[in-house]
Design a protein around this ligand. Sequence first.
Ligand code: SF4
Ligand code: SF4
Length: 395
Amino acid sequence: MIKSVEVQYRGIFQKNLGKFIGGDIVQIATRMGQIAFSNGRYSDSPERNGVPCKYFAFVTPDLTEEELEAECGAALDIAGVNVSLVLDDSMVKGVEPWAWHGVRAINEKLVSKGCLIVVSRRSKDDLFKFIPKKEYDYRLALLEGDQSFAGMWVNKDDLTRERCLGAIAAVDPDIIAIDAVEEHIMETTKEKYRAEAAREAYEATLRNTSVVSAGEGAEWNHEIPELPKWQQLDGTVVIAAVKRGFKIGPKGQNRNDMFKRGTTKTERPVVRFDLCIKCTLCWMDCPDECFDPTDDGLYDITYEYCVGCHKCADVCPVPECIVMASELNFENDDSPWEHHKRDPEGYIKWAEEKKGTHRIVYNHVTGTGFERPKGTLVPPQDSGRRIVSREVRTS
Ligand code: SF4
Ligand code: SF4
């Protein structure tokens, strides 16, 4: 018998976190007398900011190391997983982990009775607006927390690693048991609070796991991608050039149909067109050319190509004109400018709702990374142009 775990994470930002969890599972399972190994697979190389990626861990009580590797190590894709851990809840909208070839469901690989663990502060109902239905029962476990950017550039040591191990132990003790998790943490770190964090997450996950019945969930509207067969490659791989062209208005720029990177974003920009001073900076600076000039001098956004990099929000000189908001607040990629033209007052109300209230914004952080910066609390906005903010300490 082989049991498998996939860790679904965002490239770069959560790379180390995903890798560490995969490695920890191997060490803990080995401590329990099992054979295990982990590996990682991803689409874009080198991994780019936010790209949906996966690490895997495979565990068996009855095969040899060679047998396990022969079964699981060579295949590009795997058939099914017992536990799928999602480190960034915005990925429940769908991921593109196997090359840019179409959006795949977050629970695609989960087997019957398996468990999807999502690190999130959202409710099950919120997440199931996006998670598609399956033909059989499985389980959902919610592990309360934010997207931890324990990635390649910065190691945000916020105990997400330990808490995820506790959650996996709760949903499938055959893979790793909580006692072995605690022993492993104590032996490798000598820090009791880390083992306690794992135990706490274990207990919480036992309480927060529910059955998802067959047929429960959203409709899946993305086409299932089919990779071309080698016989269809015409002797070589041909990548058609993007046609050059441009017209004023929504989706006016020609873009590569095969390279929509919208699933890489955790947040998207919301634009208050009524505040825009038409300075052109968002249009000029967006690295993915998501902005389309419109005939009234504004700039629409094509969200399917937006990677959520924050650049437009950073360069926009008008407070509250471009604000990043959680990707889970949006159910489609419709043109915001068309909404604004159709119903200017309604659009402002909609935009403020999406931006949310009592946000804390930070200036650019430079230096050692150990300083605790002050944030600015932005209170709820009215529907006019009045922008108020005050400085707050966040530490
Ligand atoms: S966040 Fe803004 S700048 Fe970055 S890709 Fe999206 S639209 Fe472009
Ligand atoms: S950066 Fe801001 S003010 Fe300038 S064009 Fe873009 S939305 Fe308008």
